[in-house]
Design a binder for this molecule. Sequence first.
Ligand code: AMP
Length: 409
Amino acid sequence: MGAQKSFDDLGLTGEVLAAVNELAYVEPTPVQMKAIPAILAGRDVMAAAQTGTGKTAAFLLPTMSRLDRVGRRRGPSMLVVTPTRELAQQIVEVASVICAHTHHRSASVVGGVGYELQRAALKRGCDVLVATPGRLLDLMGEGACSLGDVEVLVLDEADRMLDMGFLPDMRRIVAACPQNRQTLLFSATLSDDVLQNVGTLVRDPVRIEVAPKGTAAQTIEQYVLGVSAEAKKRVLVEVLRREGADRVIVFCRGKHRADHLCRILCKKGFSAAPIHGNRSQNQRARALAQFRSGEVGILVATDVLARGIDVSEVSYVVNVDVPHEAESYIHRIGRTGRAGVRGWTLMFVDEDEYLDLRDIERLMGKKIADYPKAEGLDVGEHPARLDPARSPRDRLPSKKARKRTGRRR
Ligand code: AMP
């Protein structure tokens, strides 16, 4: 069992910690543990961390703990350069939550949308600017944006920017920033290409490398079971009786459902605690601590817990509901089978969830096996039929088409 990790001990300001609470992060991820103190100490950082490791918060939380606020100055004091509009959007979303607590202003300049709003935002002035390279250079070129006040420069997904041919653009952007800035470089890998071309932009950096995520899909034994929606609770109780109720995480959709399942399990004599976004930071931390110590055998969670936190030696994971987002499944099952311990996972699928199951299989490029111990389980009157001939390569109707036509398979 790892030592207790907490955001409270990393040196972030109270305002930023309030934002962490709102973002529902329970514990810092490994890249956050390493990057936050280094960035707070003013060091340059060079980190190998992929999307999904919590890298966005790793650079936003500490910088926004230190950053001045716009006074009469117009230009940003922090600039985040990222390769795509989608990534920029994700960063802005997290930044806005933090800004609401710290009273900084954020803005974004990205391609593919009109210039006018972006010009206006720059004119009003911002503290944190999130940008894609091409559009930023356009706006700099016309005098709408100056980087002379930049104190912190973040180069996000540097390897991808190189792959996309942004090296000359990056060089021009960096050259427009003051020399005595703090530079934070994030890249999925620190390949020779990255080190040679952008590694020179950081000064005496703290080097951080965290294990890539998402090999889980290959190493965990995964099973599915077709059930009726109304039979799920019963089946869960029976599975817990058969397979054991120690160090089990149960995932479901929705906070109320998590509370409800917890009450049922406790009534049936199991020790279970809920963990989700409606619980306070303290309640979540307590539930985790009790789970770690073995006082509580079962955590019932929504996707809040699925990412980022490290509860070691989980014996298995039950997905009572299929997540709408296929990516969430990978995060959920990643809670078991960590650090060389072989884990397994079981997911209940009802008729309405069949296509969500197919999405997950498509994402993984692999079909999930039938639960081999289904015999004797009461799966309800109309359990979903999981077509044994289905293939992860089949084309599936789009989410829109499903909504429009009500198609369920
Ligand atoms: P990123 O690597 O920045 O793309 O973040 C991946 C996902 O992890 C995002 O959905 C974040 O909301 C989430 N996340 C980041 N930090 C934490 C944390 N400490 N605890 C839980 N989730 C987190």
